[in-house]
Structures are given as C-alpha cells and as structure tokens.
Design a protein around this ligand. Structure first.
Ligand code: 4AZ
Length: 258
C-alpha cells in the first residue's frame, strides 16, 4: 500500500493492532529490536488513545500540552482522544486525561508526510512526578551521526499484527536530510523535505504504533516519529518531523495556551 494511504489509515490500523494484543495471542511486540524501559527513563512519553486503545505516541511539552504527529489525529475529534502519562503500560496506571483541543499544523493534509506535527491541549493539568515530566525542545537540528533514542508501544516486527504491552526504546544514529534522501527513498521517489530528519541503526527502528512518539538526543526532543517504508529495512531510514524546524510554530501555540 502506498505510504500515504498507510499513514491516513494509521489510526484505524493501530486500533485493530491493539485489539489483537488484548486478545493475548501475542504479547511481546514493540519497537523493532529495542529494550524494555521504565517510564522514569522517558517520563515525557505518553500513549495517545481513542476509545481506550493506544493509537500513537506523544511527548509532554508542558502540564497541558502534548506534541505528536498530525497523521495520528487527522480524522479524530478531540472528544474521542485521551492521553495516558506516567505508565510503562499503555493500558494501565499513571494518569489518563481527556484531550480538550487538537491543533494540527495548518499545512498538513494533501501529503501526509509533510508538516506532520500536532499539539493536543489537555482538559486538566498533568501532575509532574518522577514518572511524568516535560521534555525540552531542541534548538538545532541534530547533526548526522549523533546518537538518538526512540521509544514507544509500536510493533516489534514490520508485519506484526499487534503492538507492545510495555514501553520499549531503541538507540539510533541521526542521518542528515540529504543522505536520507539519497537512500532508497530517491529511487522510490519519496521526498525527504526540509522539516524532516532521519535516523537508523542496523536492525533497530520505529514502526507502526510508535508514530507521534519522541526521538531524543541528550534529553531534548529532536524529532517526532512520522514515516518510513517498512520498519528496519536496510537503506530505508525512519523519517521524523524535525522539531528545531518547527520550533517557532510550536512556541506560538504553546504560549497562547499557557
Ligand atoms: C508507521 O506506519 C510507521 N520505520 C512509523 C515509522 C516508521 C515506519 C512506519 C519508520 O506509522
């Protein structure tokens, strides 16, 4: 399926994914080749949920603002969305809070890989603990070769049908935009535009269900899991929304809400 369709269908696919997990047939799926972590290792990580099921990851910017991918919340009204913070399990624990408002990037739409960024305003404040905290935004786009980590409740295998019950993290390396474009994405005519950065590391990657979640360098948010062709395929890096590129857009909205 073309990636653009896949991205549009993501909320639906992810919901079925997690329904599968609840049936308990396969309980071990996660980020590709990551390791289980405590929520205190990534206290900014949240699970974004529709009708009680995990659809995407997100990160805490402030006690009332979550940042995620626009494709995660494209067709979803705020009243169906909730956020779970402070638990390594998407299904239990921590704080579960309703979403009051969704702010997608105004230029998100026709191409679901572009401007893939959204903010959620919560109906109540999160109470910060050692398991729930904000993450700072990177001021600069990370350099090629820098070590980064990605976390989430997504699939362990590209063709898996279920997400992970518990939170996983994988270490990656940043690839600059031009090298990323020169990968198989050039042959496939996938455009890695300004506002995107890439990361990969052999057999480790983000996958479906990790979308919207954090890519972190030195405890700063540098990216949002956005798209890719498959998961952990050689020459097909994971593509992330570049936080530094959208910093002004983010702060315009965050200031207005605080
Ligand atoms: C997805 O479908 C997706 N390997 C997210 C990340 C990547 C691929 C697919 C990166 O949401």
């Amino acid at each position: 399926m073309p990636i653009s369709w896949a991205l549009l269908l993501l909320p639906i696919l992810s919901t079925t994914t997690v329904l599968g997990a609840r049936r308990g047939s396969q309980s071990n799926f996660r980020i590709i080749n990551g390791t289980p972590i405590s929520i205190s290792d990534a206290p900014w990580q949240v699970s974004i949920q529709v009708l009680g099921y995990h659809i995407c990851g997100g990160s805490i910017l402030s006690s009332k603002i979550i940042i995620t991918a626009a494709h995660c919340v494209f067709y979803v009204p705020a009243l169906l969305l909730q956020v779970r913070a402070g638990s390594k399990y998407w299904k239990d624990g921590g704080q579960l809070i309703d979403v009051a408002q969704v702010k997608r990037h105004a230029n998100y739409g026709t191409d679901p890989t572009k401007n893939d960024i959204a903010l959620l305003r919560l109906s109540q404040r999160l109470y910060f603990t050692r398991n729930i905290d904000r993450i700072r935004l990177a001021k600069q786009t990370p350099e090629s070769g820098e070590k980064a980590s990605v976390s989430g409740w997504g699939q362990k295998k590209e063709n898996a049908t279920v997400g992970s019950r518990d939170l996983h993290m994988a270490s990656l390396r940043i690839i600059d935009r031009k090298s990323c474009q020169a990968s198989n994405y050039a042959k496939l005519r996938k455009i890695v535009t300004e506002g995107m950065i890439c990361a990969e590391s052999g057999d480790r990657d983000a996958c479906q269900g990790d979308s919207g979640g954090p890519l972190v360098v030195d405890n700063q948010l540098v990216g949002i899991v956005s798209w890719g062709i498959g998961c952990a395929r050689k020459g097909h890096p994971g593509v992330y929304t570049d936080i530094a590129y959208y910093r002004k857009w983010i702060f315009k909205y965050v200031r207005r809400q605080e």
